[in-house]
Write a protein that binds this ligand. Sequence first.
Ligand code: R5P
Length: 326
Amino acid sequence: MVEPRIQPLEGAPRQPGELKLLAGDAHPELARKIAEALHEPLGGMKITRFADGEIDVKIADSVRGADVFLIQPTCEPVSDNLIQLFIILDALRRASAGRITAVIPYYGYARKEKKSQARDPISAKLMADIITLAGANRVIALDLHADAIQGFFDIPVDHLTAEKLLVEYIRKLHLDNAVIVSPDVGGAKRVGGIARHLDLPIAFVYKRRPKDDVVSEQRVVGEVDGMDAVVVDDLISTGGTLVGVSEALRAEGARSVRVLATHGVLAADAVAKLMAAPIEEVVITDSLPLPPKKQHARLKVLSVAPLLAEAIRRVHEDRSVSELFK
Ligand code: R5P
């Protein structure tokens, strides 16, 4: 038999102890909201830097035997937040935590989940390997760019979705002639599920990307003429995809365009680009921080903190997480 490359953590007890919440520096606001929803305190942790920029971590209280949930989305600055995640996991493992769950609402590098060209890395798999090696016993993630990323981990992954939240939002818009649109072929399954819940038709956009972060062609497939288009994506990074999609939809006669995405990465001038496009409103979740300079009256934020808190509660109590989506 071939030995698995990643060895499970030795000595992790079957019945981990008390729930302990900890958070890195990536998204303190989300961590605070999750803690509030759970009525649990956030454990103390000091993250400092050495003179040369290296990160150091001091966990304030004992975590021995505890069921630790470490909240750390791997958002901008991605490399810093990832290294922080690895180092905190290592500290927790060495401090004899009973079980360590990495709560990674936004999983960076997810779009590098396959080789698209010769000699490409598969960075999403590499990050999964390091997270496991560093000490995570399980992962809670939200709307991963590709479902297959769950299988990159040799530990359990609870893959949550903000779908229900988005469905409720769309329902409340009371659009009388809506169509749910996927901005690319890859997102058709996600959009299909949402459209089914709302009993609405779907359309999708054929997209061609000649290189990273550049979109060269976007063609609408399906009926959108005279309709209110609601585009649903997993994430918005440069905004290039959704700006192009909104223009293509309007060119095909859509009377309004709204865009919804779980993760508002909103890199560089994405907000300005989206606001200048023919888009009524942009709706994201708080899976990533939204600094004041990126806020805008037409940019709405739905909170995934209650969903993440409930998932943490259920994992801790060994109850079903999938029931959350029924
Ligand atoms: C692509 O497959 C994703 O679902 C998003 O559509 C894409 O990554 C968004 O990137 P950007 O906003 O830079 O176009």
